[in-house]
Structure formats: structure tokens, C-alpha cells
Design a protein around this ligand. Structure first.
Ligand SMILES: Nc1ncnc2c1ncn2[C@@H]1O[C@H](COP(=O)(O)OP(=O)(O)OP(=O)(O)O)[C@@H](O)[C@H]1O
Length: 945
């Protein structure tokens, strides 16, 4: 019989309720009496009947319980009281720091103001939960308190335990407290020196045995110096990966470390190694995906600052998945080769990173039902301008093209091209561009881009370089120009497949509409340079998009598609330079969104789940970045909207844009108006100063319709294709500062396009089960062995690592429905008289294995377990299954042996029967023929006589 859990309150107690109550009483009795001092606070809640703060979902049913009574009790009074208590606590907290457990608040939100809303404005994962600066209404929240360290200093003195003390220089040093006097403590430092330190500068240190633990969760004291020292210790031992609860931390080694070879793949696959590693995460996700119990789609979200190692980590994850899902078709090899192509065309050197991704990518790897890779799909985020060196591919082709290719393209050295020689460096230490070009050619072959297309790709690249070399001559007093008819324009025209005259005309004149007539207007020097650069940019960006399309076609997921996939997100890392422009703004905006995703999954949705399931939970504060996202995204007054508006406004300049920002946004605490064209934004990772110089131009992405016409008339196929992808001139482009608009191609502005792509990515990721990997850059010099504590701590703080550990310690890392839990571990129960509904089975399993009460919480629909518990159940399951298999083996062996013996006996009997019969028959025949012979001989003898 089905029992609805929403039976009205106040009816008699169900057997389930009785059971949960007795469980609670037992828990209370077993509550530890004297916890050691200053250990991290544990939640006071124990496994208990979920409180009836809110009614259960109407469709919630418990199978098999036939007493027909609900599990809820408590009543409305409790609910109201709880809400009031929650509201009181809300008031105590500021608006910026949002506690773990922030609950819904009605917010105005249009469909495009969040990537998490679908067309109807609903998201199944978000129903009942709206984000951000809203406080919990829940009654059972408790703000997690850090251990009262001050009270325990005496304990540390008595036991001579080590402490961390912050020296006046800011460094943390280990020592032992000798005595205290008022607010001061006298310390013996680990180097033998004595020091006098304010007690406020002391923090408890972890015992030696915890040095270099795999998971920060294991630290008794979770504080800045302990975490830093733990990661430092591991880093110095080349253990670059560590865990922080559900997070994987990867500290960039800036050198090759021998932890990625095939042996490691095998070891992680066979589960003989369990130390933190990207392989371990990939293995867990792969297994979960193949089991398909919770979800079929998983994702790795790799985040961290520029140069922290995201792209490398993504590649190692792909490498592991390729090893696991490698099929006979070799598609996994193709997938790995795409990295080479995308990095060549999409990465560039910056001051932070020699191989910085200037685009964001999400790669979805699809698997068949048998676990083999059956395809992949790449989505990219707008490609942004390169840094101090242009995109790698330009230097690679200049260094590595064969002599025949050079002759065909009229290719020169990198230093001969204006677009390349204006930058600070032409070569990167330790990088052989020529060799990389050879590898790129191989990769293009593997991706099945035919030789003809490859030649066109190289022609487009070289055309871009030659376009940059085109120069102009001023021809009148109004600064109008004409193009110099030199080798640059001739070669560029030849490579594009158009006539030199047409190209020269398009670069020096612009057609505009005057009533019904079209008139040609001469361009000034600056306008001509701008349109030339816009054309070069357009060709390069179109080429990149075309390459991604080709890759996707080559990796297309075939018929084997089973819905199983693992996506890897690798986007440009947070950037803050001395001078930050539109590119940094877009990059940092993307990182804000990613941070929001992180917050939602590790803080907000978790809390929502606890609450919906009636579980007590412990509150942990975390830094919410919704305010910053509002500053950027809000309509109509947000940074992007104002940029869009100003970009469409005649005569607007970067300065008027900056003034507009100051006028409208200064009330937002994340905005800081600066002098002139500058403004500042408080990002989650720190404040960044932006210079609006070039913002409008870069956002407009304006390309003359003259060029679209020119490209459509080219003899080569690629430029024609690029032109065809550009929207037609059906709409009028608003006038711009240089009045080039009336016939120009009405492209979506870069900011709007960027936001759209970002939302699409985030929306897609929302359906996946995420694994977060936080990459840390240990120094700014890109050198191995240097671990700058301040820099590392700043990144740990930005990534919310400490908060995640706190939540994981106070929360329950594993959540599994009673149904799944009962199905998987129910057979471990020996008793047969247990009600067969999943909740009862779950509780019976917990009792059967004496799981400590603080290690779990029983929810309405799910069981919440602390770290390690599910592992223990899995071990027990494996052990029992192994035993069962052993018994079955012996039994079957015995049965088969007996059968064999019987069969053998039967066969022998049968054989002896048949042989006897045969012999007898044979004997009969021989004896008869013998007697015949004897008779014949006797007759013959008689006849002779
Ligand atoms: N696991 C690793 N082993 C060895 N070297 C690494 C590792 N991770 C990163 N590196 C080194 O650090 C450099 C920067 O890493 P990577 O390009 O992955 O950074 P990123 O976070 O993707 O930066 P951006 O956001 O600028 O693209 C790499 O070129 C490589 O030299």
C-alpha cells in the first residue's frame, strides 16, 4: 500500500515516526560528553525525525507502509516560530556576506538576467530558491562558529601544544606559548627565538601527524597558516593535488611532474591509488556516468586565475578520459589533437602566462553505453584580443612553413609584419614555433581538414598579416587617404582572391546612403587604419569559428550516442593588469558567472536540499557575488546595457561612456568611479581598475558593408563563406562616432554576444553534475619551487576554499535517496522483519552497522551522510559481495564436480556397455566365421581323402 507523507498533522504516530524517534533518543544518549577543546564545531543536530517546518511535496509517497499515517508532526506553530527566528537572524547579518542557507527572496529577474532560467522563467533546480542577498527563513539555522580559541590558550600552554603566531612582518611562524599576560603572549618560536605577540595574532596549529594531509577536511584546525602550510608541504613534495572536501585543488608546478604517465592511469583505473589527482576525479565521474544512477551528464569546472593551470588540467582530464574510453576508431586521439589546433589559433602570450587562452571553451565528450568515446562537441566563448604577443599561429607559420608554402603565400619572417613586430616579443623562451607548426599540420590532417582547405587557412592567416602591412598616404588637407599600391596590398588581395583595386577602394572609401542615392565618402587616416584592422580581425575571428565548426564536424557524435557525457569547462582566468581594457572586463565577467555557479552548487543548492528534506543544517557565511553580477548584467542600468546604449549613440566617446557609468552606477557598492575614463569594479577576486579607452570601438565590432561585398565576391571559398555568415543589411546600423554606419553590417555588439554565449554555456552546465577544480598559481614568475603564501592565500580566499571545507565539515557530503540507498545496501540486512519501504530499510541499515549519529541525517526523501560514510558502506558491500561470490563459487564448484563425477560414471558405464556389446558382437562374428572356416577346412580335407 502507498502511504502519502502529507497526511494531516496531528494524526496518530506512524511506525516510521516511532522508529525515527527512538533513533533520536539513542543518538541523544550517545552524544559525546566531552569534546576536546577548540576542535571545529560539529552541528548539534543528530539523526532525527525531520522537523515539519514545511509540508512535504504533494507527490511524496512512501511505499510499503500500510498504517496509513503521515510522518510529519510538529505543527504550524513550530513553522511560524522557526520563520521568526530565521528572520531575526537575517537581520543580524549584513547584505554582502550571505550565509550558507540563504533562502529565497522575490527578485525581479528577466529571462536574460540569469542563465539559470528557462524560457518560462522556471528552472526545476531553482524552484523555491532564488539567489543571493537574501536571508534564510528557516528556523533551525545556526551560524557556524569558529572554535573559541581564546578560551583554550591555557590548554595549549599546559599541554605545550604548538601554535601559529603572526610576526610583525606578517609571516606566520610556529611556536609554543610559554605564558600570557593580559593581551600578550610569550612564545618560543620553532627556530629557538623568543617573541612577544598579541594573543589576537595566535592561532592553533595542527599536530605533526596531520602534516601534508590529502584533504584539508582532515585538519583539526582550519585556519590560514595551517592550510597554507599543508599545501606548501605537499607542493614541496611534488604532490600538486589536494582535496578540500568536494573541491580538487591543483597548485601549478610550473615544471613537468611525473604523475601523468600510463602507470598512473592504470593505477587510478584499478583504484590502487587514491591520492588526490585529476585522474581520480575523472575516474569518479566516469564511473558515476556509467552507472547512470544519479545523472548521465557530468562536468569538470576548472577555474582559477590566469596562469593557474586550467588548460593543462583540462588536458590531463581529457587524456584520462581518452585512455578510459578509447575505442578502435581513434576518436579519442582526434579529441586530444583539437587542443593543439585550438591553442595555436586561440592562445597567446601575456605577462601572466606564456600560453594564455584568449577564448573560453566547453568540450563535451560523449560516451556510448559500453563506455567508449563516440564523439565530442566544442563550444567556444568570444575570442578576445591577444596580449603582449599575438596568437601563436602567426609565429608558428612564419617559423615553420615549408619553402613551397612560403613561396605560395609570399610569407616573410614574423619581424616583417606590423601586427607582430609592434608587440614586445617575437619568441617565447623554450618554445620552438617551427616544430609546433609541424605538429599543427599533423593535427589538421588528423581532424580531416583536407589539404586544399589547409592551404586556404594558411592563405587567410597570411592575408591578415599582409593587411596589417598596408599603409596609407594622406592626399588632402582634410587628412583623407589613399592606399599605397605596394606589395602588401597586392599580396593581401591575391591571398583573399580579390582584385587589388577593389581592396584599395574598400580601404580608402566608404559608401553611405544619402536618401535614395549611395555616395562614396573618403576616409581619414585614422578611419582607414580602423577599417583595415576591423577587416583583419573579422577574417581571423571567422577563421577561428570555421575551424571550430570543422572540428565539431569531424568529432560529431554518431548513432552510438547514449546521452552520457562529461563536459570540461576551461575559460580564460581572472585578469588584473596595470591597465585593463574591454578584454579584461569580459574575462572577469565570465569568471564572475563561473563563481556564481560555484556558489550556487556548493552553498545555495545544498542548503535548499537540506531544507526541503527537513534536515538540520549548519550555517556558514560565504561571499556572494550577485551584487557584482547585477552591476554588470542588470537591465536597463547595468554596465553592459549602458555600454550597448552608448555604443549606439551618435558622437558618444569612451569618456562619455565613463561619465555615464559614474552617473548611473555609483550607488552600487561594487562600482567605483575614478577620474577621467577610468572606473573600478570590486570583483570576487579583488578590485580591478578599467580604462574605458577603446571600449566602444571594441564593443561595436563594426565592419563596413563594403567589405562584406568585397569578401562575397572573392574567388576563394573561405572569404565568401565568412561573408555569408555575417547578417545582411536589412536593418540599419545606428550611426557611430565616425559616421560609418548607414550601410554597415548590423552585428550584435561584442558585449551582448559575449553575454549570450556565456548564458548558454552556464545553462548547459546547470544540468550536469559538477566537479570543481580550483587551480592555484603559486607565484607570478611562472617558476617552479616558488610558493608565495600571500598570493596563494588570496586565491584560496577568492575560490571560497575555506568556506567549502567548513560547509563540507559541518554538512553532509553524500546525499542519496532512500530508494537508491535501500536498493544498493538493503541486501546487507539479515533481519527479515523490517518494513520494506525504502526509508525503513535505510534506517535499519544505519542501525545494523552502528553508524554514529553525528555521521548522518535522515531526511524525508534522502539520507545525508558525512564524508567517508558511503565509502565504508561500499567497502562493506564489496566485502559481502566478495563473500557471496566466494560461497557461490564453492557451491557451484561442488555442484559441478558432483555432476561431473556422476556424468563420468554414467559415461564410463555407457562406454563399458557399448564396448562389451561391440566385443560380444565382434566375438560372435569371428567365432561364426571361424567355425565356418573350420567346417570348410574339414570339408576340404574330406574331399581330398
Ligand atoms: N599540471 C601541470 N604540470 C606542469 N606544468 C603545468 C601544469 N599546469 C600548468 N602548468 C604550466 O603553467 C602554464 C600555465 O598553465 P595554463 O595555460 O594551463 O594556465 P591557465 O590557467 O589556463 O591560464 P589562462 O587563464 O591564462 O589561459 C602552462 O603553460 C604550463 O607550463
Amino acid at each position: 500500500m502507498m502511504l502519502s507523507a502529507t497526511t494531516p498533522m496531528g494524526t496518530g504516530r506512524s511506525s516510521l515516526e516511532e522508529m525515527l524517534n527512538s533513533l533520536r533518543r539513542r543518538d541523544e544518549a550517545e552524544k559525546p560528553k566531552d569534546l576536546p577543546p577548540a576542535l571545529p564545531a560539529r552541528p548539534t543536530s543528530r539523526g532525527r525525525l525531520p522537523s515539519a517546518r514545511r509540508s512535504l511535496p504533494t507527490d511524496f509517497k512512501v511505499c510499503g507502509n500500510d498504517d496509513g499515517k503521515g510522518v510529519g508532526n510538529g505543527g504550524v506553530a513550530n513553522e511560524v516560530k522557526g520563520k521568526e527566528e530565521g528572520k531575526r537572524k537575517e537581520k543580524e547579518l549584513g547584505s554582502k556576506m550571505v550565509s550558507f542557507g540563504s533562502k529565497k527572496m522575490k527578485r525581479e529577474r528577466s529571462v536574460d538576467s540569469s542563465p539559470y532560467v528557462d524560457e518560462e522563467g522556471k528552472n526545476p533546480q531553482l524552484q523555491g530558491l532564488e539567489t543571493s542577498n537574501c536571508m534564510s527563513e528557516a528556523g533551525s539555522t545556526q551560524k557556524m562558529k569558529e572554535p573559541e580559541w581564546d578560551d583554550n590558550i591555557d590548554y595549549f600552554i599546559k599541554k605545550k601544544l604548538r601554535v601559529w603566531c603572526r610576526l610583525p612582518c606578517g609571516r606566520w611562524e610556529l611556536g609554543v606559548i610559554l605564558s600570557t599576560s593580559g593581551e600578550e603572549a610569550f612564545i618560543t618560536l620553532s627556530n629557538g627565538n623568543a617573541a612577544k605577540v598579541a594573543t589576537g595574532e595566535l592561532l592553533p596549529a595542527n599536530p605533526d601527524i596531520l602534516e601534508g594531509v590529502d584533504d584539508l577536511m582532515q585538519l583539526s584546525y582550519l585556519n590560514e597558516p595551517s592550510v597554507l602550510q599543508n599545501l606548501h608541504f605537499r607542493y614541496s613534495q611534488e604532490m600538486i593535488y589536494s582535496k578540500a572536501g568536494p573541491l580538487l585543488i591543483a597548485v601549478n608546478p610550473f615544471k613537468e611532474v611525473n604523475i601523468y604517465e600510463h602507470d598512473f592511469v592504470t593505477a587510478y583505473r584499478r583504484k590502487v591509488m587514491d591520492s588526490p589527482h585529476i585522474y581520480a576525479i575523472a575516474d569518479t565521474a566516469y564511473d558515476a556516468m556509467m552507472r547512470g544512477e544519479y545523472n548521465l551528464v557530468y562536468s569538470f569546472l576548472i577555474y582559477g586565475e590566469s596562469g593557474a593551470g586550467k588548460t593543462e588540467t583540462a588536458k590531463f582530464a581529457m587524456q584520462y578520459l581518452a585512455a578510459l574510453g578509447g575505442g578502435s576508431g581513434g576518436i579519442e586521439y582526434e579529441i586530444l589533437q583539437t587542443n593543439l589546433i585550438l591553442e595555436a589559433f586561440g592562445n597567446a602570450k601575456t605577462s601572466r602566462n606564456d600560453n594564455s587562452s584568449r577564448f573560453g571553451k566547453l568540450i563535451e565528450i560523449h560516451f556510448s553505453t559500453s563506455g567508449k568515446i563516440c564523439g565530442a562537441k566544442i563550444q567556444t566563448l568570444v575570442q578576445l584580443a591577444a596580449g603582449e604577443r599575438s596568437y601563436h599561429i602567426f609565429y608558428q607559420i612564419c617559423a615553420g612553413a615549408s619553402s613551397s608554402l612560403r613561396a605560395m603565400l609570399s610569407l616573410k619572417r614574423a619581424s616583417d609584419y606590423h601586427y607582430l613586430n609592434q608587440r614586445e616579443c617575437l619568441a617565447i623562451d623554450g618554445v620552438d614555433d617551427a616544430q609546433r607548426f609541424c605538429k599543427l599540420m599533423e593535427a589538421l590532417d588528423i581532424i580531416q581538414i583536407c589539404k586544399e582547405d589547409q592551404e586556404q587557412v594558411f592563405a587567410m592567416l597570411t592575408a591578415v598579416l599582409w593587411l596589417g602591412n598596408i599603409s596609407f598616404q594622406v592626399i588632402d588637407s582634410e587628412n583623407h587617404v589613399q592606399v599605397l599600391n605596394d606589395e602588401a596590398v597586392n599580396i593581401a588581395a591575391r591571398l583573399l582572391g580579390c582584385s587589388t583595386q577593389e581592396l584599395m577602394l574598400a580601404l580608402s572609401m566608404h559608401k553611405i546612403q544619402a536618401g535614395k542615392d549611395i555616395i562614396a565618402k573618403k576616409l581619414t587616416l585614422q578611419q582607414a587604419i580602423d577599417v583595415r584592422d576591423a577587416l583583419a580581425k573579422f577574417i581571423y575571428a571567422s577563421l577561428f569559428d570555421w575551424l571550430v565548426e570543422q572540428i565539431n564536424m569531424s568529432l560529431e557524435v554518431g548513432k552510438q550516442c547514449s546521452g552520457r557525457s562529461i563536459s570540461i569547462l576551461d575559460i580564460y582566468g581572472f585578469e588584473s593588469f596595470k591597465k585593463n581594457s574591454f578584454e579584461q572586463f569580459c574575462i572577469n565577467y565570465a569568471n564572475e558567472r563561473l563563481q556564481q555557479h560555484f556558489n550556487r552548487h556548493l552553498f545555495k543548492l545544498k542548503q535548499e536540499e537540506y531544507e526541503l528534506d527537513g534536515v538540520d543544517w549548519t550555517k556558514v557565511d560565504f561571499e556572494d557575488n550577485q551584487e557584482c553580477l547585477n552591476l554588470i548584467e542588470k537591465k536597463p542600468i547595468g554596465l553592459l546595457s549602458l555600454l550597448e546604449e552608448e555604443s549606439n549613440f551618435p558622437k558618444a566617446t569612451d569618456l562619455t561612456f565613463a561619465n555615464k557609468l559614474k552617473q548611473h552606477l555609483s550607488t552600487n557598492p561594487c562600482f567605483k568611479g575614478e577620474r577621467g575614463r577610468a572606473f573600478g569594479v570590486h570583483h570576487y577576486a579583488g578590485e580591478v581598475q578599467y580604462d574605458t579607452n577603446g571600449f566602444l570601438e571594441k564593443n561595436r565590432d563594426l565592419l563596413h558593408s563594403d567589405f562584406i561585398q568585397l569578401l562575397s565576391s572573392c574567388s576563394l571559398q573561405l572569404p565568401r563563406l565568412f561573408a555569408s555568415k555575417r547578417p545582411h543589411n536589412s536593418q540599419k546600423m545606428p550611426n557611430t562616432s565616425c559616421q560609418l554606419g548607414s550601410l554597415d553590417s548590423p552585428m550584435q555588439s561584442v558585449g551582448t554576444k559575449f553575454k549570450g554565449q556565456l548564458f548558454k554555456l552556464m545553462h548547459q552546465l546547470e544540468n550536469t553534475t559538477p566537479h570543481f577544480i580550483c587551480c592555484i598559481r603559486p607565484n607570478n614568475k611562472q617558476l617552479p619551487g616558488i610558493y608565495e603564501e600571500d598570493l596563494v592565500f588570496q586565491q584560496l580566499k577568492c575560490c571560497g576554499v575555506l568556506e567549502v571545507v567548513r560547509i563540507s565539515r559541518s554538512g553532509y557530503l553524500t546525499r542519496v535517496t532512500h530508494q537508491e540507498f535501500a536498493e544498493r545496501y538493503g541486501f546487507l540486512l539479515l533481519e527479515t522483519n523490517i518494513p520494506q519501504d525504502p526509508l525503513s530499510v535505510s534506517v535499519a541499515i544505519l542501525q545494523r552497522f552502528n553508524v554514529l549519529p553525528e555521521m548522518y541525517q535522515v531526511g524525508y526523501t534522502k539520507l545525508f551522510l558525512r564524508t567517508g560514510q558511503i565509502g565504508a558502506f561500499e567497502d562493506r558491500r564489496k566485502q559481502v559481495l566478495r563473500g557471496v561470490v566466494g560461497v557461490q563459487k564453492r557451491f557451484r564448484g561442488c555442484k559441478d564436480r558432483r555432476y561431473f563425477h556422476e556424468l563420468k560414471k554414467g559415461v564410463v558405464a555407457l562406454q563399458s556397455c557399448i564396448r562389451g556389446e561391440n566385443s560380444r558382437r565382434h566375438y560372435d562374428i569371428t567365432s561364426r566365421s571361424a567355425s565356418r572356416m573350420v567346417g570348410a577346412e574339414a570339408i576340404q580335407r574330406n574331399e581330398k581323402l
